[in-house]
Design a protein around this ligand. Structure first.
Ligand code: ADP
Length: 443
């Protein structure tokens, strides 16, 4: 600043001397005036260039000036750079924030005080069947036409959530959506959507399961309480009493079987996955299952009936790693089903085979009634039975195949069911090669 004033005075002095030399009366005044005028014009020109530079906002190419203007430009450039950096940072933060909301598995919709959609993420657009760009500034109730939502949106307080039908990727598939509104800012609203289809399905399954269990337990309980009443109210002789007590014991063991199977299922759901390194002796497993099956077969044989033929083939030189109790449960369920559903004189064959890819398979084949193909996909559902009375008569709980499926899933294997009505059935368990130990390896 000082040097600029000094330079101005210097040039004014030089111009004044030169003017005086040319014109002694007023030349010195004219000289000083022209220097001032020149300085003002030069400053105006420089100011104009700086204004243009600022207007075009090209921080990278500032006009080249020296002195006080150069300092000014330098400072401005630094301030502008700083501001640019700040704005870029803020923009980046906003982008990250929006990306995070986009990545959310839940839908987010921002609604303005007039009820119009200001912004929504892709999940919300998918859930509510909207277009995240085209439908901006549309009134939300024009797009979400579910009457439950309309009522919820127009109510004063938005306590809790409502469940409405939403959409998923494909237009055919509807999903259950939990929708919740929250107030924020000045009369703005945040709409959150969450796909609760699986929760709703699990809830339906839970309710069905409880209803099924209650029904399964109530039936033998009702029968038993009828017998107890009879025993209490009638004066029965010893033989009659024994007959009733036998019938009661059948009902009690039905309840016991049901509770046992329920416990097995809950243990399967809650316990850690079976080890891949603990070999189970298939010979030991099969010999106990065989004696159980033969016992069951003779217990259901009536006088003058031809007995069932049961053939057991025990594998040699192979071990299977897994949970002994679970494997026993899976294999015995299949074998016992074959015994229970095959009429007298029928043939039940069980065998093990090592497949070429080192997997191992267990199959049980029977000459029973067979199962119609429409039932096959549902057989492993809990309490699903093809013939209810046949299942109950033979002491079935309706949980056997559900247990088998669960055990196989836990062992990384699969259950295959082949059956033809009137021709018998074949149930196969296939275990992965990673669980198979050839005895030469195990030794
Ligand atoms: P349950 O205790 O009723 O036998 P499961 O889950 O073991 O229940 O079997 C489900 C249904 O599958 C049975 O009710 C029965 O109708 C059918 N089923 C199972 N095994 C056989 C089989 N070997 N032959 C014919 N039907 C079978």
């Amino acid at each position: 600043m000082f040097s600029r004033s000094a330079s101005l005075f210097f040039w004014m002095g030089v111009a004044a001397i030169a003017g005086y030399w040319l014109q002694p009366n007023y030349g010195h005044l004219l000289g000083a005036f022209f220097v001032c005028l020149f300085t003002v014009i030069k400053d105006l020109w420089k100011g104009q260039k700086i204004t243009q530079w600022l207007r075009h906002n090209s921080v990278k190419e500032p006009p080249q000036m020296d002195g006080i203007w150069g300092d000014l430009i330098d400072r401005m450039r630094r301030i502008l750079n700083e501001q640019r950096k700040q704005t870029k940072n803020e923009e980046q933060k906003l982008q990250d924030f929006l990306l995070a909301i986009q990545a959310s598995p839940n839908g987010v919709v921002l609604i303005d005080p007039e009820g119009r959609i200001e912004w929504c993420n892709q999940t919300a657009a998918l859930h509510l069947g909207m277009d995240a760009k085209r439908d901006l500034m549309q009134h939300v109730v024009h797009l979400v036409r579910d009457p439950v939502f309309k009522k919820y949106f127009s109510s004063e307080s938005h306590d809790g959530e409502v469940i409405i039908d939403g959409r998923s990727g494909s237009l055919q598939k509807t999903v259950k959506l939990s929708v919740q509104l929250h107030n924020y800012g000045e009369n703005r609203q945040l709409l959150l959507t969450r796909d609760v289809t699986s929760i709703a399905q699990a809830e339906v399954m839970r309710r069905d399961f409880v209803a099924n269990v209650s029904h399964e337990i109530r039936t033998p309980l009702t029968v038993m309480s009828g017998f107890i009443e009879t025993l209490q109210s009638l004066n029965l002789n010893k033989d009659e009493q024994e007959k009733y007590l036998d019938l009661m014991s059948v009902q009690a063991s039905r309840m016991q079987d049901l509770v046992n199977d329920l416990l097995i299922l809950s243990q399967l759901e809650g316990s850690t996955l079976p080890s891949v390194s603990e070999p189970v002796s298939l010979q030991g497993l099969m010999s106990s299952i065989e004696s159980e099956a033969r016992g069951l077969s003779s217990s259901q044989l009536f006088e003058n009936e031809a007995p069932q033929t049961i053939q057991f083939e025990t594998p040699q030189g192979v071990q299977l790693s897994g949970a002994n109790k679970e494997l026993h449960s899976a294999v015995s369920n299949l074998v016992n089903n074959a015994v229970r559903y095959t009429p007298s004189g029928g043939l039940i064959t069980s065998s093990w085979a090592l497949l070429p890819d080192q997997r191992i398979q267990f199959s049980v084949t029977d000459t029973g009634p067979g199962i119609a193909s429409e039932h096959l996909p549902r057989l492993t559902e809990r309490f699903y039975r093809v013939d209810r009375s046949r299942s109950r008569e033979s002491g079935g709980t309706g949980l056997g195949l559900a247990i088998v499926k669960h055990v196989m899933q836990r062992h990384g294997g699969e259950l295959k069911i082949e059956s033809e009505l009137g021709k018998g059935s074949k149930f196969t368990l296939i275990f992965p090669a990673s669980r198979v130990f050839l005895e030469t390896e195990a030794a």
